[in-house]
Design a protein around this ligand. Structure first.
Ligand code: 13P
Length: 255
């Protein structure tokens, strides 16, 4: 397994935090701290923050992402936003299938697949989230579940399109709980995801796919997690809301 074949990507997921003015201030604070990063740096922000975020990030190495996207191009879908709309305001990445969308907003593996295909067709890069609950882990279903979620989400996605997909392994029990997966658990989970990609696209392709870990990654534990062969980056919630902490994680991924 050769990590050098894969781009290291550190992405923040701000979730439902920050007004546009606060977004601008946080990005201005982050810019000098991550300017010499040797990994890709992405901030996924609430829809209303996107114009302020793209303006603040312009000319820097920070790329802006959204936290969700609808699968239809337009129409009577109150409250939703299409991939073309995101592209039109300068968004480059989009998180799809986050466990909070699955848990609270009825997201299914099928709609994750539809959203993924729509985002890729529009030219967005996808950060596809998969992960097991504590109950599923304790029942011994982690590997099977990660394989299932990964395969369904990528159904109909070509090997060429897969170049624009990052997968984030986010164990649900580690998100926002302060309980981080151990370095070994993160590596194992990411390995299960890579095996699922290999089964669908072949081992050579799977070796090139960036697989992040997410779930209480922070300034203290990032280096250990990122040292693992299957952990190619991080999807960061809470710690992405603090410039100093986020930049320490970016530095850990730049080594
Ligand atoms: P925390 O880093 O706050 O645990 O959130 C992780 C996450 O859900 C990123 O998408």
């Amino acid at each position: 397994m050769d990590k050098a074949k894969r781009a290291a990507v550190i992405a923040g997921n701000w979730k439902m935090n920050k007004t546009p003015a606060e977004a601008k201030a946080l990005i201005e604070e982050m810019k000098p701290l991550v300017a010499d990063a040797k990994c890709d740096v992405v901030l996924c922000v609430p829809y209303v923050d996107i114009p302020a975020a793209t303006e603040a990030a312009a000319g820097s190495n920070i790329k802006i992402g959204a936290e969700n996207v609808h699968f239809k191009a337009s129409g009577a879908y109150t409250g939703e936003v299409s991939a073309d709309m995101l592209k039109a305001v300068g968004v480059e990445y989009v998180i799809i299938g986050h466990s909070e969308r699955r848990q609270y907003f009825g997201e299914t593996d099928q709609t994750v697949n539809l959203r993924t295909k729509a985002a890729l067709d529009a030219g967005l890069k996808v950060i596809l989230c998969v992960g097991e609950t504590l109950e599923q882990r304790e029942l011994g279903y982690t590997e099977a579940l990660l394989e299932y979620q990964t395969k369904i989400a990528l159904t109909g996605v070509t090997a060429e399109q897969l170049k624009n997909v990052i997968i984030a392994y986010e164990p649900v029990w580690a998100i926002g709980t302060g309980v981080t997966a151990t370095d070994e658990q993160a590596d194992e989970g990411n390995g299960f995801v890579r095996n699922a990609v290999a089964a669908a696209y072949g081992a050579d392709v799977a070796e090139t796919v960036t697989i992040q870990y997410g779930g209480s990654m922070n300034a203290k534990n990032a280096e250990g997690l990122l040292s693992k062969v299957n952990v190619d980056g991080g999807l960061i919630g809470g710690a992405s809301l603090k410039a100093a902490d986020f930049s320490v994680i970016v530095k850990a991924a730049s080594k």
